[in-house]
Design a protein around this ligand. Structure first.
Ligand code: NAD
Length: 241
């Protein structure tokens, strides 16, 4: 396979970092759009300081990637935040801030990348949705709505951009990342693990594999869909917080 150009947002940590490393290890050119530099031993590839809520900055950064590397083959909208609180505790300010990253950030990246992909008649738009986009989980109403919206976007763009540009989402269940560690106590983590058929959280590398597959030619007949990677959590039809 030729060396592809892969843009990943939020690749300085967690799922994005593992995904960037997965593509880079396969020989692809990875460009990470994140607010902060990569954690730990870093993300192979280039880091560009981009706030995904800045629509014009995202478009300019994507254009620069296309100019530098010739194409944008894969665009992965992964940057996201979650805030655990009840529906009644939500404020206009924090709901708008969440939607700005989790929904507007995806639209901004996908539109900027799609302009190049449509012109090139080739490309794959991917995003990190969540099992929360399909099942209800208490205390994450705005987050759940943002992830359901991303699934809807993928379906819509599959209709608008086929056959040359594909779309798909990876919907992880519980993944052990800094985001997850920050929100759950050890007791909460143990309680969650007991309810997952696999008995544990996913490793970010296991989510990265799903992205790598969806971006590959082997997934060429998959568009508009989500790949749920949840250790069996939704198999029984019941989710929990
Ligand atoms: P994380 O906090 O470890 O990483 C998120 C990255 O996004 C960080 O590097 C952060 O700097 C970056 N980011 C945040 N706001 C940004 C902005 N405005 N512009 C650019 N970059 C920004 O989180 P994670 O757990 O790896 O989550 C990644 C994605 O996976 C999110 O969309 C999240 O909703 C989704 N997800 C996570 C889990 C889980 O259990 N961890 C489960 C399902 C879905």
């Amino acid at each position: 396979m030729h060396k592809r150009t892969v843009v990943v947002t939020g690749a300085s940590s967690g799922i994005g970092l593992a995904t960037a490393q997965r593509f880079a290890s396969a020989g692809d050119q990875v460009v990470n759009f994140d607010l902060r530099p990569p954690a730990g031993d870093g993300c192979a590839g280039e880091w560009v300081e981009v706030d995904v809520t800045d629509w014009a900055a995202v478009a300019a950064a994507v254009d620069r990637v296309a100019e530098t590397y010739g194409t944008v083959d894969v665009a992965i909208a992964n940057a996201g935040i979650s805030l655990r609180r009840t529906f009644l505790e939500m404020t206009e300010k924090d709901v708008r801030a969440l939607l700005d990253i989790n929904l507007m950030g995806v639209i901004a990246l996908w539109q900027a990348a799609a302009r190049h992909m449509v012109a090139a008649r080739s490309g794959v738009l991917l995003a990190t949705a969540s099992t929360n986009g399909t099942a209800g989980y208490p205390y994450y109403a705005d987050y759940n709505a943002s992830k359901a919206a991303v699934l809807a976007l993928a379906r819509t763009l599959a209709l608008e951009l086929s056959p040359h540009v594909r779309t798909a989402c990876v919907s992880p269940g519980y993944v052990m990342t800094p985001m997850q560690r920050a929100e759950y106590t050890d007791e909460m983590l143990a309680e969650v693990n007991a309810r997952i058929p696999a008995g544990r959280h996913a490793d970010p590398a296991e989510i990265a594999e799903a992205f790598h597959f969806l971006a590959s030619p082997q997934a060429r007949f998959i568009t508009g869909q989500q790949l749920i990677v949840d250790g069996g959590e939704l198999a029984g039809g019941t989710a929990s917080s």
